[in-house]
Write a protein that binds this ligand. Sequence first.
Ligand SMILES: NC(=O)c1ccc[n+]([C@@H]2O[C@H](COP(=O)([O-])OP(=O)(O)OC[C@H]3O[C@@H](n4cnc5c(N)ncnc54)[C@H](O)[C@@H]3O)[C@@H](O)[C@H]2O)c1
Ligand SMILES: [Zn+2]
Length: 364
Amino acid sequence: MKTLNVDLGTRSYPIHIGAGLLDNPDLIRPHIHGNEVMIVSNETIAPIYLERTLSLLEGFDVASVVLPDGEQYKTLDTLNMVYTALLERHFTRRCTLVALGGGVVGDITGFAAASYQRGVNFIQIPTTLLAQVDSSVGGKTGVNHALGKNMIGAFHQPQCVIADTDTLNTLEDRQLYAGIAEVIKYGLINDPEFFDALESKIDAIVNRDPAVLAWAIERSCQDKADVVAADERESGMRALLNLGHTFGHAIETGTGYGNWLHGEAVACGMMMAAELSHMHGWVNDDDLARVRHILEASHLPVIAPGQMTSQQFLDIMAVDKKNLEKKIRLVLMKGIGESFISDDFDTEKLQALLDKALNGSKQG
Ligand SMILES: NC(=O)c1ccc[n+]([C@@H]2O[C@H](COP(=O)([O-])OP(=O)(O)OC[C@H]3O[C@@H](n4cnc5c(N)ncnc54)[C@H](O)[C@@H]3O)[C@@H](O)[C@H]2O)c1
Ligand SMILES: [Zn+2]
């Protein structure tokens, strides 16, 4: 097992990464304050992992709530199911919420914990690659609105993150690939050595080599923990973690939540960010090709969805949380491992990129 630390002063917390951690009660029990524990999971994950999680918590007053599965259920209505479960059990401010699942369960549970009785204790047990490398770390929580992704939420850090890499054995390939998109993201943002190493190990990751997967999860979590420690509330560099996400969120919203996986949309969005950067002369041909190659080797999409229009993209991108004073801000690249945030790009080039991307996908 490897343990990393998210360094946030008195709110610092450990991230445990390793095989078989769901059999170790000593990792979770010290982080439960009080006696009441609500495990939040979903109808796919609960049949596989709920019993084991319950057995870690013998002696506590434990309840569970099983949510419907899917990004389309990351809503206020589903969140309300968690509040209802807590209130039916008369759980108090001393309760602990445990998120057992992927990013959707984690984001909903975290927001429930941030808001139930103005904030209660919370633990993440991420079970997808995406959640283990990204969503379980850093304290961003929330739900979607029909008009925009993750538009309702709060910052609320967990007490600890327990990433049992064995849980990835039951994950579908398509979900694994979606998680690889966020791994590649860290390399592109500010870790060029990681990107180089990923290029040589991408086949091993795609083929689920446990040691290489564990390495990629650890490095990703370390990169994310460093960014979060430097800028918890996203007043500066944390925005870089949104590389590919402005385009990606537009794809998720525009195609209807749940049709494109989050990681797939981010992959295509990172390709679009690289292409827009290339159009400005910031990224050279070679680096553009490397981005495309690693995404394709990960079975991730690099072509925008043909059913969307460029106006739809622009309309959705106009409500992105990074925007200041109604200007679209994007994370762009100056090469691999050097991303920056900017609203100072040529909007005609953005329009040309969208037209080219969407026409290309309509034809092909
Ligand atoms: N809070 C953040 O910082 C942050 C960062 C990145 C992404 N996100 C959010 O995370 C969400 C995407 O997360 P995700 O990719 O984990 O999707 P997800 O939670 O929908 O999980 C993907 C699918 O895998 C299933 N599943 C989960 N674990 C499994 C396992 N071990 N075995 C078999 N099936 C399993 C789930 O039931 C689901 O069907 C998006 O809503 C995104 O906005 C949040
Ligand atoms: Zn993401």
